[in-house]
Design a protein around this ligand. Structure first.
Ligand SMILES: [Ca+2]
Ligand SMILES: [Ca+2]
Ligand SMILES: [Ca+2]
Length: 62
């Protein structure tokens, strides 16, 4: 049941449950970085870190 990656964010459903992220939502905390990418950046996929350097320049604030 948890073997797949329903939201295609690079983290398996089982790991998302363990991490406290939403297996059905690729960007669980809504900061425009996929949970799998946050893991690569060393950021927290459960915390909205919109001010991170990785996010700046990629997000349109309009
Ligand atoms: Ca996932
Ligand atoms: Ca995120
Ligand atoms: Ca985050």
């Amino acid at each position: 049941m948890y073997a797949g990656d329903c939201d295609n964010d690079g983290i398996s459903d089982g790991d998302e449950v363990l991490n406290g992220t939403n297996p059905q939502e690729a960007d669980s905390d809504g900061d425009f970085i996929l949970s799998g990418e946050e893991a690569l950046y060393g950021e927290d996929p459960t915390i909205f870190d919109i001010n991170s350097p990785e996010v700046r320049g990629e997000v349109c604030y309009s």
